[in-house]
Design a protein around this ligand. Structure first.
Ligand SMILES: *Cc1c(COP(=O)(O)O)cnc(C)c1O
Length: 362
Protein backbone atom coordinates (compact mmCIF):
# COMPACT_ATOMS: atom_id res chain seq x y z
CA UNK A 1 0.00 0.00 0.00
CA UNK A 2 1.63 3.28 -1.02
CA UNK A 3 1.20 6.39 1.11
CA UNK A 4 -1.39 8.88 -0.21
CA UNK A 5 0.11 11.80 -2.07
CA UNK A 6 0.13 15.13 -0.21
CA UNK A 7 2.02 17.80 -2.14
CA UNK A 8 3.65 20.18 0.35
CA UNK A 9 0.39 20.77 2.22
CA UNK A 10 2.12 23.25 4.51
CA UNK A 11 2.76 25.78 1.73
CA UNK A 12 -0.53 25.58 -0.15
CA UNK A 13 -3.75 27.51 0.40
CA UNK A 14 -6.86 25.65 1.63
CA UNK A 15 -8.62 25.52 -1.75
CA UNK A 16 -5.55 23.91 -3.32
CA UNK A 17 -5.18 21.49 -0.41
CA UNK A 18 -8.85 20.46 -0.82
CA UNK A 19 -8.20 19.61 -4.48
CA UNK A 20 -4.77 17.98 -4.19
CA UNK A 21 -4.31 16.26 -0.81
CA UNK A 22 -4.78 12.51 -0.47
CA UNK A 23 -4.20 11.63 -4.13
CA UNK A 24 -2.05 8.71 -5.31
CA UNK A 25 1.58 9.67 -6.12
CA UNK A 26 2.05 11.32 -9.52
CA UNK A 27 3.64 8.31 -11.19
CA UNK A 28 3.04 6.92 -14.67
CA UNK A 29 -0.32 5.17 -14.99
CA UNK A 30 -1.35 5.80 -11.40
CA UNK A 31 -5.00 6.89 -11.27
CA UNK A 32 -5.47 10.56 -10.31
CA UNK A 33 -8.09 9.58 -7.75
CA UNK A 34 -7.73 7.18 -4.86
CA UNK A 35 -9.51 3.99 -5.99
CA UNK A 36 -12.41 2.49 -4.08
CA UNK A 37 -10.68 -0.44 -2.40
CA UNK A 38 -13.19 -3.08 -1.40
CA UNK A 39 -11.31 -5.33 0.99
CA UNK A 40 -12.21 -7.11 4.21
CA UNK A 41 -8.75 -8.61 4.56
CA UNK A 42 -5.19 -8.17 3.30
CA UNK A 43 -2.29 -10.53 2.67
CA UNK A 44 -0.63 -11.19 6.03
CA UNK A 45 2.57 -9.57 7.18
CA UNK A 46 1.80 -5.90 6.48
CA UNK A 47 0.71 -3.00 8.66
CA UNK A 48 -3.05 -3.33 8.12
CA UNK A 49 -3.95 -7.06 8.05
CA UNK A 50 -7.75 -6.74 8.37
CA UNK A 51 -10.47 -4.47 6.96
CA UNK A 52 -11.52 -3.09 10.34
CA UNK A 53 -8.02 -1.76 10.96
CA UNK A 54 -7.59 0.29 7.82
CA UNK A 55 -8.36 0.86 4.16
CA UNK A 56 -6.55 2.87 1.46
CA UNK A 57 -9.71 4.76 0.52
CA UNK A 58 -10.32 5.83 4.14
CA UNK A 59 -6.64 6.80 4.32
CA UNK A 60 -6.97 9.07 1.27
CA UNK A 61 -9.96 10.86 2.81
CA UNK A 62 -8.18 11.11 6.17
CA UNK A 63 -5.07 12.51 4.52
CA UNK A 64 -7.07 15.26 2.81
CA UNK A 65 -9.19 16.22 5.84
CA UNK A 66 -6.14 16.09 8.11
CA UNK A 67 -4.26 18.41 5.76
CA UNK A 68 -7.13 20.93 5.86
CA UNK A 69 -7.52 20.87 9.66
CA UNK A 70 -3.79 20.67 10.38
CA UNK A 71 -3.67 17.29 12.13
CA UNK A 72 -4.13 13.54 11.69
CA UNK A 73 -7.65 12.42 10.86
CA UNK A 74 -9.61 9.24 11.51
CA UNK A 75 -12.86 8.52 9.68
CA UNK A 76 -15.86 6.95 11.42
CA UNK A 77 -19.12 5.43 10.23
CA UNK A 78 -21.02 8.61 11.19
CA UNK A 79 -20.57 11.83 13.12
CA UNK A 80 -22.26 10.23 16.11
CA UNK A 81 -19.96 7.19 15.96
CA UNK A 82 -17.09 9.67 16.36
CA UNK A 83 -18.97 11.40 19.21
CA UNK A 84 -19.48 8.14 21.12
CA UNK A 85 -15.84 7.14 20.59
CA UNK A 86 -14.72 10.43 22.14
CA UNK A 87 -17.19 10.24 25.04
CA UNK A 88 -15.97 6.70 25.67
CA UNK A 89 -12.58 8.16 26.65
CA UNK A 90 -14.11 9.93 29.67
CA UNK A 91 -13.35 8.01 32.84
CA UNK A 92 -16.15 6.65 35.03
CA UNK A 93 -17.80 9.36 37.08
CA UNK A 94 -15.87 12.16 35.38
CA UNK A 95 -17.45 15.37 34.19
CA UNK A 96 -18.17 16.61 30.66
CA UNK A 97 -19.02 20.26 30.01
CA UNK A 98 -21.06 20.88 26.84
CA UNK A 99 -23.19 23.59 25.24
CA UNK A 100 -26.89 23.23 26.07
CA UNK A 101 -27.58 23.87 22.37
CA UNK A 102 -25.04 21.39 21.00
CA UNK A 103 -26.13 18.91 18.34
CA UNK A 104 -29.09 17.01 19.76
CA UNK A 105 -27.54 13.58 19.16
CA UNK A 106 -24.44 14.57 21.14
CA UNK A 107 -26.61 15.87 24.02
CA UNK A 108 -28.65 12.66 23.96
CA UNK A 109 -25.52 10.52 24.23
CA UNK A 110 -24.29 12.55 27.20
CA UNK A 111 -27.70 12.35 28.89
CA UNK A 112 -27.81 8.60 28.32
CA UNK A 113 -24.32 8.11 29.80
CA UNK A 114 -25.28 10.30 32.75
CA UNK A 115 -28.54 8.39 33.35
CA UNK A 116 -26.53 5.16 33.51
CA UNK A 117 -24.09 6.66 36.02
CA UNK A 118 -21.13 6.62 33.60
CA UNK A 119 -20.37 10.37 33.52
CA UNK A 120 -21.76 13.64 34.77
CA UNK A 121 -22.67 16.31 32.22
CA UNK A 122 -22.97 20.03 32.81
CA UNK A 123 -24.75 21.88 30.03
CA UNK A 124 -23.76 25.52 29.65
CA UNK A 125 -24.63 28.61 27.65
CA UNK A 126 -21.52 28.83 25.42
CA UNK A 127 -21.94 32.57 24.96
CA UNK A 128 -21.53 33.10 28.72
CA UNK A 129 -17.75 32.58 28.74
CA UNK A 130 -17.40 33.34 32.44
CA UNK A 131 -19.77 30.55 33.49
CA UNK A 132 -18.25 28.11 30.96
CA UNK A 133 -14.79 28.84 32.40
CA UNK A 134 -16.15 28.20 35.89
CA UNK A 135 -17.70 24.88 34.80
CA UNK A 136 -14.33 23.76 33.34
CA UNK A 137 -12.64 23.71 36.76
CA UNK A 138 -13.47 20.06 37.59
CA UNK A 139 -14.08 18.75 34.06
CA UNK A 140 -12.33 15.88 32.28
CA UNK A 141 -13.69 16.81 28.84
CA UNK A 142 -14.89 20.15 27.53
CA UNK A 143 -17.09 19.86 24.48
CA UNK A 144 -17.43 22.95 22.28
CA UNK A 145 -19.70 23.43 19.33
CA UNK A 146 -19.43 26.77 17.60
CA UNK A 147 -21.61 27.95 15.99
CA UNK A 148 -24.21 25.88 17.86
CA UNK A 149 -27.02 24.01 16.17
CA UNK A 150 -29.59 25.58 15.58
CA UNK A 151 -29.17 28.60 17.88
CA UNK A 152 -26.02 29.73 15.98
CA UNK A 153 -24.29 30.95 19.13
CA UNK A 154 -20.54 31.52 18.90
CA UNK A 155 -18.14 30.45 21.67
CA UNK A 156 -14.92 32.17 22.74
CA UNK A 157 -12.85 29.09 21.85
CA UNK A 158 -9.38 30.36 22.99
CA UNK A 159 -10.70 31.44 26.44
CA UNK A 160 -12.53 28.13 26.98
CA UNK A 161 -9.55 26.06 25.75
CA UNK A 162 -7.25 27.90 28.18
CA UNK A 163 -9.58 27.24 31.14
CA UNK A 164 -10.05 23.60 30.17
CA UNK A 165 -6.31 22.97 29.84
CA UNK A 166 -5.72 24.73 33.15
CA UNK A 167 -8.02 22.10 34.67
CA UNK A 168 -6.26 19.27 32.78
CA UNK A 169 -9.31 18.61 30.61
CA UNK A 170 -9.31 17.65 26.93
CA UNK A 171 -11.12 19.96 24.51
CA UNK A 172 -13.17 18.68 21.59
CA UNK A 173 -14.58 21.15 19.05
CA UNK A 174 -17.42 20.02 16.81
CA UNK A 175 -16.48 21.96 13.67
CA UNK A 176 -19.28 20.67 11.45
CA UNK A 177 -20.94 24.07 10.87
CA UNK A 178 -17.79 26.11 10.26
CA UNK A 179 -15.81 23.49 8.27
CA UNK A 180 -11.98 23.63 8.28
CA UNK A 181 -12.20 26.51 5.80
CA UNK A 182 -13.82 28.96 8.21
CA UNK A 183 -12.39 27.78 11.54
CA UNK A 184 -9.41 25.63 12.50
CA UNK A 185 -9.79 24.70 16.17
CA UNK A 186 -6.44 22.87 16.37
CA UNK A 187 -4.73 26.20 15.66
CA UNK A 188 -6.68 27.55 18.66
CA UNK A 189 -5.14 24.77 20.78
CA UNK A 190 -8.16 22.43 20.89
CA UNK A 191 -7.14 18.78 21.29
CA UNK A 192 -9.60 17.19 18.89
CA UNK A 193 -11.78 18.45 16.04
CA UNK A 194 -14.92 16.49 15.24
CA UNK A 195 -16.84 16.50 11.96
CA UNK A 196 -20.08 15.14 10.79
CA UNK A 197 -18.70 14.74 7.26
CA UNK A 198 -22.30 13.91 6.39
CA UNK A 199 -22.84 17.67 6.10
CA UNK A 200 -20.68 20.25 4.27
CA UNK A 201 -17.68 17.98 3.65
CA UNK A 202 -19.65 15.42 1.63
CA UNK A 203 -22.11 18.09 0.60
CA UNK A 204 -24.58 16.19 -1.57
CA UNK A 205 -27.06 14.56 0.87
CA UNK A 206 -25.89 11.07 -0.03
CA UNK A 207 -23.39 10.02 2.66
CA UNK A 208 -23.20 9.38 6.41
CA UNK A 209 -19.64 9.77 7.68
CA UNK A 210 -17.81 11.15 10.70
CA UNK A 211 -14.23 12.12 11.46
CA UNK A 212 -11.93 13.27 14.24
CA UNK A 213 -8.66 15.17 13.77
CA UNK A 214 -5.86 15.68 16.30
CA UNK A 215 -2.21 16.76 16.43
CA UNK A 216 -1.59 14.63 19.53
CA UNK A 217 -0.02 11.33 18.41
CA UNK A 218 -0.86 9.60 21.68
CA UNK A 219 -4.50 10.62 21.42
CA UNK A 220 -4.55 9.56 17.76
CA UNK A 221 -3.36 6.08 18.77
CA UNK A 222 -5.97 5.83 21.53
CA UNK A 223 -8.75 6.89 19.14
CA UNK A 224 -7.55 4.54 16.41
CA UNK A 225 -7.50 1.70 18.94
CA UNK A 226 -11.06 2.56 20.00
CA UNK A 227 -12.20 2.55 16.36
CA UNK A 228 -10.48 -0.82 15.78
CA UNK A 229 -12.11 -2.25 18.91
CA UNK A 230 -15.61 -0.79 18.67
CA UNK A 231 -15.80 -1.29 14.91
CA UNK A 232 -17.31 2.14 14.15
CA UNK A 233 -15.56 2.04 10.77
CA UNK A 234 -16.64 3.96 7.66
CA UNK A 235 -17.91 2.33 4.49
CA UNK A 236 -15.39 2.46 1.66
CA UNK A 237 -17.80 4.01 -0.83
CA UNK A 238 -18.79 6.60 1.79
CA UNK A 239 -15.17 7.59 2.35
CA UNK A 240 -14.65 7.89 -1.41
CA UNK A 241 -17.79 10.02 -1.84
CA UNK A 242 -16.80 12.25 1.07
CA UNK A 243 -13.37 12.77 -0.48
CA UNK A 244 -15.00 13.60 -3.80
CA UNK A 245 -17.20 16.10 -1.96
CA UNK A 246 -14.22 17.59 -0.15
CA UNK A 247 -12.61 18.42 -3.50
CA UNK A 248 -15.21 21.15 -4.09
CA UNK A 249 -15.81 22.23 -0.48
CA UNK A 250 -14.22 25.67 -0.93
CA UNK A 251 -16.19 26.41 -4.10
CA UNK A 252 -19.49 25.18 -2.66
CA UNK A 253 -19.00 26.99 0.62
CA UNK A 254 -18.04 30.26 -1.06
CA UNK A 255 -21.25 30.23 -3.10
CA UNK A 256 -23.48 28.98 -0.25
CA UNK A 257 -22.06 31.60 2.12
CA UNK A 258 -22.54 34.41 -0.39
CA UNK A 259 -26.14 33.22 -0.91
CA UNK A 260 -26.68 33.10 2.87
CA UNK A 261 -25.34 36.61 3.39
CA UNK A 262 -27.62 37.99 0.68
CA UNK A 263 -30.64 36.10 2.07
CA UNK A 264 -29.90 37.44 5.57
CA UNK A 265 -30.12 41.01 4.21
CA UNK A 266 -33.45 40.32 2.51
CA UNK A 267 -34.94 38.29 5.38
CA UNK A 268 -34.19 41.06 7.88
CA UNK A 269 -36.52 43.34 5.93
CA UNK A 270 -39.46 40.93 5.68
CA UNK A 271 -42.38 41.57 8.01
CA UNK A 272 -43.13 37.87 8.55
CA UNK A 273 -39.67 37.33 10.03
CA UNK A 274 -39.30 38.32 13.69
CA UNK A 275 -35.62 37.54 14.10
CA UNK A 276 -32.71 36.51 11.89
CA UNK A 277 -29.81 34.65 13.51
CA UNK A 278 -26.58 34.47 11.54
CA UNK A 279 -23.06 34.40 13.00
CA UNK A 280 -21.66 36.40 10.06
CA UNK A 281 -20.08 33.40 8.30
CA UNK A 282 -21.15 30.01 6.98
CA UNK A 283 -24.25 28.83 5.16
CA UNK A 284 -26.71 28.21 8.00
CA UNK A 285 -29.32 30.81 8.96
CA UNK A 286 -31.95 30.47 11.66
CA UNK A 287 -35.04 32.65 11.45
CA UNK A 288 -37.79 33.04 14.01
CA UNK A 289 -41.18 33.58 12.38
CA UNK A 290 -43.25 36.43 13.80
CA UNK A 291 -46.30 34.13 13.61
CA UNK A 292 -44.64 31.40 15.73
CA UNK A 293 -44.86 27.66 15.17
CA UNK A 294 -47.93 27.79 12.91
CA UNK A 295 -46.30 30.30 10.56
CA UNK A 296 -43.08 28.27 10.59
CA UNK A 297 -44.93 25.05 9.68
CA UNK A 298 -46.82 26.85 6.92
CA UNK A 299 -43.58 28.25 5.50
CA UNK A 300 -41.89 24.85 5.34
CA UNK A 301 -44.86 23.43 3.41
CA UNK A 302 -45.38 26.32 0.97
CA UNK A 303 -42.09 26.46 -0.92
CA UNK A 304 -41.27 24.56 -4.08
CA UNK A 305 -37.48 25.02 -4.24
CA UNK A 306 -36.61 24.90 -0.56
CA UNK A 307 -36.94 21.28 0.56
CA UNK A 308 -38.52 20.50 3.92
CA UNK A 309 -35.88 18.15 5.33
CA UNK A 310 -33.59 17.77 8.29
CA UNK A 311 -29.78 17.75 8.00
CA UNK A 312 -27.75 20.48 6.31
CA UNK A 313 -24.66 21.42 4.36
CA UNK A 314 -25.69 20.16 0.94
CA UNK A 315 -25.77 21.74 -2.53
CA UNK A 316 -29.56 22.08 -2.36
CA UNK A 317 -31.32 24.40 0.09
CA UNK A 318 -33.23 22.69 2.89
CA UNK A 319 -35.05 23.93 5.99
CA UNK A 320 -37.10 22.74 8.93
CA UNK A 321 -38.82 23.98 12.07
CA UNK A 322 -36.52 22.57 14.71
CA UNK A 323 -39.12 22.25 17.48
CA UNK A 324 -41.02 19.75 15.31
CA UNK A 325 -38.58 17.36 17.04
CA UNK A 326 -40.05 16.69 20.47
CA UNK A 327 -36.65 16.52 22.15
CA UNK A 328 -35.40 19.90 20.85
CA UNK A 329 -34.69 22.06 23.94
CA UNK A 330 -37.51 24.44 24.97
CA UNK A 331 -34.93 27.26 24.91
CA UNK A 332 -35.10 27.09 21.10
CA UNK A 333 -38.04 29.26 19.96
CA UNK A 334 -41.10 27.34 18.76
CA UNK A 335 -41.15 29.32 15.50
CA UNK A 336 -37.46 28.89 14.68
CA UNK A 337 -36.70 27.57 11.19
CA UNK A 338 -33.14 26.44 10.51
CA UNK A 339 -32.18 27.10 6.91
CA UNK A 340 -29.30 25.33 5.17
CA UNK A 341 -28.49 27.51 2.19
CA UNK A 342 -27.38 25.71 -0.95
CA UNK A 343 -25.59 26.80 -4.12
CA UNK A 344 -28.61 27.56 -6.33
CA UNK A 345 -29.12 31.03 -7.84
CA UNK A 346 -29.88 33.30 -4.90
CA UNK A 347 -32.69 35.13 -6.74
CA UNK A 348 -34.54 31.86 -7.28
CA UNK A 349 -34.05 30.96 -3.62
CA UNK A 350 -35.37 34.35 -2.56
CA UNK A 351 -38.36 34.35 -4.97
CA UNK A 352 -39.47 30.97 -3.62
CA UNK A 353 -38.99 32.03 0.00
CA UNK A 354 -40.50 35.51 -0.42
CA UNK A 355 -43.66 34.12 -2.06
CA UNK A 356 -44.21 31.80 0.91
CA UNK A 357 -43.39 34.54 3.44
CA UNK A 358 -45.69 37.04 1.69
CA UNK A 359 -48.53 34.51 2.00
CA UNK A 360 -48.02 34.54 5.77
CA UNK A 361 -48.49 38.30 6.05
CA UNK A 362 -51.56 38.63 3.81
C1 LIG B 1 -25.25 15.99 12.03
C2 LIG B 1 -24.35 16.44 13.12
C3 LIG B 1 -23.71 15.52 13.96
C4 LIG B 1 -23.96 14.02 13.84
O1 LIG B 1 -23.43 13.50 12.66
P1 LIG B 1 -24.07 12.22 11.88
O2 LIG B 1 -23.14 12.12 10.71
O3 LIG B 1 -25.48 12.57 11.55
O4 LIG B 1 -23.98 11.07 12.80
C5 LIG B 1 -22.86 16.01 14.93
N1 LIG B 1 -22.67 17.34 15.11
C6 LIG B 1 -23.28 18.25 14.32
C7 LIG B 1 -23.03 19.70 14.55
C8 LIG B 1 -24.14 17.84 13.30
O5 LIG B 1 -24.76 18.75 12.54
Amino acid sequence: MSEPHSPAARALRPGTVAVTAGRPPHEADNPLNAPITMASTYVAGGATEYGRYGNPTWAAFEEALGALEGGRALAFSSGLAAVSTLLDLVGSGQKVVAPRHAYLGSIHQMADLEARGRITAELVDVTDTESVVKACADAALVWIESPTNPALEVADIPAIVAAAHEAGAYVVVDNTFATPLLQQPLSLDADVVLHSATKFISGHSDVLLGAVVTQDDELYDVLKKRRDTIGATPGTLEAWLALRGLRTLHVRLERAQANAQELVRRLQEHGAVGEVRYPGFGAIISIVLAGGAIAADLLTHKTTLWVHATSLGSVESTFERRRRWKSEPATIPDGLVRMSVGIEDVDDLWDDLAAALDDLTT
